[in-house]
Design a protein around this ligand. Structure first.
Ligand code: RIB
Length: 310
């Protein structure tokens, strides 16, 4: 097998989803419509998004429980172009679960029980084969795992000369330590995560451009995803650009950011310049919001290539 060019480190969840007319407010019960279960978790979604967009295999490092959800997740992941032999199977905690409601506008609310995801430790990252780091080009890390594990992966990735991408999702109640960004080449927050990193509220494209400058003062490259407003890119030349969104009818926005991050890792591993890479990966996100479920919504390479250009 060709050695993986991309390593993804992050969570695996099973998503339990109910469609509702409107998102519930505190203490409110909403009678919903259909229920469905889907493979999810930010890390797993990003790994699958990258594997479907890539011509070569992607290595996924995660932790699942030794239970029914975990076994189903592993079976699903093994159907993709993924290297899964570095996954941890834990007996001490159940697999991660996300309770999700999606409304008629495709917006969502998500509550995650991380379970085994929190057992992915820095020791596990230290124990990964050295050969993996030698052949990979890009490392993509998200934050539904312990911060210290994310930090260890990014620092080892950086030391080995990989392009390191941090998707600082989900938005943290505590601002991620500055140290985390020291090992990161590219940060990809959404508007909420950008607000937390820049320390002011990001509500518009102008705010996002300003936030990108603030975040880039810590690290040079930044992509802020803005949902229906598109994305703001701050590249290595210090230039910022607003990329408008594709006009699609959203059905379910769960995993749109993951679709973008996974495809972006592929485009960058293939050597595309940042702005072109973001334009291309925005196609993946646009396709994903027209479909239900996290991993079921993620497009293949040919679907991304065939999608309309900006
Ligand atoms: O980014 C979407 C993901 O967030 C869902 O699949 C859910 O599992 C949560 O991790």
């Amino acid at each position: 097998m060709t050695p993986p060019e991309i390593i993804v480190v992050g969570s695996t969840n099973t998503d339990l989803v109910v469609r509702v007319p409107t998102l519930p407010r505190p203490a409110e019960t909403i009678l919903g419509g259909e229920f469905f279960q889907a493979a999810g978790g930010k890390g797993a979604n990003q790994a699958v998004a990258a594997a479907r967009a890539s011509h070569s295999p992607v290595c996924f490092v995660t932790s699942i429980g030794d239970d029914g959800f975990g076994k189903a997740s592993l079976a699903t992941l093994n159907r993709e172009n993924l290297v899964t032999d570095q996954m941890l199977i834990s007996h001490a905690k159940p697999s991660g679960v996300a309770l999700i409601v999606v409304d008629d506008l495709g917006q969502n609310q998500i509550a995650v029980a991380p379970g085994a995801n929190h057992l992915l430790t820095p020791d596990h990252i230290d124990a990964l084969p050295k050969s993996l780091w030698k052949t990979a080009k890009v490392l993509l890390v998200s934050l539904e795992i312990p911060i210290e594990t994310a930090l260890r992966a990014l620092s080892i990735g950086k030391k080995n000369g990989l392009l390191t991408i941090l998707n600082p999702a989900p938005a943290q109640t505590v601002v991620p330590p500055r140290e985390l960004l020291e090992h990161v080449d590219l940060v990809t927050p959404n508007e909420r995560e950008a607000s937390s990193l820049a320390d002011f509220s990001v509500d518009s494209v102008q705010d996002a451009i300003q936030a990108a400058h603030v975040i880039a003062a810590q690290k040079r490259r930044v992509v802020i995803t803005l949902g229906a407003l598109g994305a703001v890119v701050y590249d290595e030349t210090g230039h910022s650009a607003h990329l408008p969104p594709f006009q699609v009818e959203p059905v379910d926005t769960v995993a749109a950011g993951d679709a973008l991050n996974g495809a972006l890792a592929v485009a960058l591993a293939e050597g595309q310049p940042l702005v072109e890479a973001v334009r291309w990966s925005m196609r993946a996100a646009a396709i994903s919001v027209t479909r239900s479920g996290a991993q079921p919504s993620l497009p293949t390479r040919s679907e991304i290539d065939a999608f309309g250009t900006l």
